[in-house]
Design a protein around this ligand. Sequence first.
Ligand SMILES: C[S@@+](CC[C@H](N)C(=O)[O-])C[C@H]1O[C@@H](n2cnc3c(N)ncnc32)[C@H](O)[C@@H]1O
Length: 208
Amino acid sequence: MGREIAQVMGPGGIPWLDRLERDDQEKPSIVLDALKLRGGETVVDLGAGSGYFTFRIAPRVGRAGKVLAVEIQDEMLQTIRQRAQALKVTNVEAAKGSETDPNLPAKAVDLVLMVDVYHELAYPFEVMTKIREALKPGGRVVFLEYRKEDPDVPIKLVHKMSVEQVKREMKAVGLAHMQTLETLPLQHILVFEKPVAGELLFLQPQGM
Ligand SMILES: C[S@@+](CC[C@H](N)C(=O)[O-])C[C@H]1O[C@@H](n2cnc3c(N)ncnc32)[C@H](O)[C@@H]1O
């Protein structure tokens, strides 16, 4: 849809994902508050990397909820499993996805979080269609992407996304744009929802 897809960050990027300055640069507590979790939810951290957000979400969903950390790279999954064991966290599950399918259960997910991931999905339409199927009606997808509109954000252009581009691509998948938050120093927070009557609306021919 008119953009170049970025290369996947390999396990060599783990030290960067876990850098100490990240909390200060990216303010994860603002993101966690924006997710408005009450406890008990099933949250998917898609493209979880080494689990930077996974282990911050886990206490928010509590024992009654769970975080499914989905990755295509075994080294990332291994890191997450080791961390869960070391931290004695029992509501995190690491699960393998493919480039086209995150292998999620149907209509079982409350929220999918994708932090700095969407721009590097090799098959964005296929993955997002599967995510839509996995969401409960009213379930949300939250994207964090570096602001393409802002030349002062010190990230390569191919690793950034504009609000218009994400909205255009989600419209094609049948996810409704709910909110764009500009409360972070470098990234957009984009919130989309699976419409309650999502299946029907999406299948309706144009003009009806
Ligand atoms: C830049 S890292 C971000 C990691 C993490 N979200 C964070 O903010 O620390 C992007 C991650 O997305 C993963 N990824 C890329 N395509 C994926 C896909 N189709 N399904 C699941 N994970 C994917 C990569 O393996 C990589 O670990």
